[in-house]
Design a protein around this ligand. Structure first.
Ligand code: SF4
Length: 285
């Protein structure tokens, strides 16, 4: 579930950290610090196929079996380097020497890992051990499609208990838009219900990517349907807001030539329409 996150950041393939399977550092100048990424999909498998996805060699599928001991030891080692070592001094520019978050955000859908709830628990244990629980949030970047699974809801509920945050993908509000953009069949009713459910369990932000398709901006009908999903999901007023992204980087999918950025003014107009629904919006062109 990388798309927008990678758009914002610069991956730092650091030799000190070479060879890690699950943990990767993301130096984000914009966010002013280092994000600790956890990739549960080293097989580049996702149950969705978003046309703007930046995962190279993306395949359909689920996360593989997770080696929990290895994940824990990689995260332990990296947090140790960040908290007790000089990693930040050596690698992050002044003003960006903070740990911003620990984020389940990899090359596919993290909640498709059978061990997702155990992963949440182990990450949280390490946050506690390194004294990070209060100041470094645990984030899940998800397409939200597996909320129907009890184990997934359990993991998200646990994230809510430990002050975590979910970024839940919604790119369209009509089935045909979701099929074209995300490569899956989803009804607006189901999207709204799953989003509302997620927001009940844990602090939830909607993550939306808007772009031109074959040179055409999203139609008025498509935008109205998208806003309807947000409105329905937010009936209880639980959504934190919307993170609205453009496509700053080229898609790694075959559909890339059909995807182009929206002009900043159009993205701002969409943000304005979302705000009229009473939601907070941040825009990242
Ligand atoms: S949900 Fe979409 S953007 Fe995220 S990894 Fe899957 S295909 Fe890529």
């Amino acid at each position: 579930m990388t798309s927008s996150r990678v758009t914002l950041t610069v991956r730092n393939h650091d030799r000190d950290l070479g060879g890690m399977r699950y943990v990767y550092p993301v130096l984000s100048r914009r966010a002013g610090g280092v994000s600790v990424g956890i990739n549960l999909n080293p097989n580049n498998a996702c149950n969705w196929h978003c046309v703007y996805c930046q995962v190279p060699n993306l395949v359909r599928g689920a996360a593989p079996e997770i080696d929990l001991a290895l994940l824990e030891s990689e995260l332990d080692g990296f947090l140790h380097a960040l908290v007790h070592g000089d990693y930040l001094q050596r690698h992050a520019p002044e003003g960006a020497r903070e740990i911003r978050d620990i984020a389940l955000s990899g090359n596919g859908e993290p909640t498709s890992a059978a061990a997702f709830p155990e992963v949440v628990e182990r990450i949280h244990r390490l946050r506690l051990r390194y004294g990070l629980a209060e100041r470094v949030p645990l984030r899940l970047i998800t397409n939200g499609s597996l909320l129907g699974r009890q184990r997934v809801r359990g993991g998200i509920r646990r994230m809510g208990e430990v002050g975590g945050e979910v970024w839940f993908k919604v790119d369209g509000g009509r089935s045909e838009d979701v099929l074209r953009i995300n490569g899956v069949r989803r009804t607006p009713e189901r999207m709204a219900r799953d989003l509302a459910r997620c927001a009940e369990l844990c602090a939830t932000w909607v993550q939306t990517c808007m772009f031109r398709w074959d040179g055409e901006s999203p139609s008025a009908e498509a935008l109205t349907a998208y806003l309807d999903v947000l409105e329905r999901a937010n009936a209880a007023g639980r959504l934190r807001g919307v993170l609205l992204y453009g496509v700053a980087r080229t898609s790694m999918q075959p559909e890339a030539p059909r995807v182009s950025p929206l002009p900043a003014a159009e993205l701002e107009a969409i943000a304005g329409a979302i705000r009229k629904k009473g939601l907070t919006v941040t825009v990242s062109p």
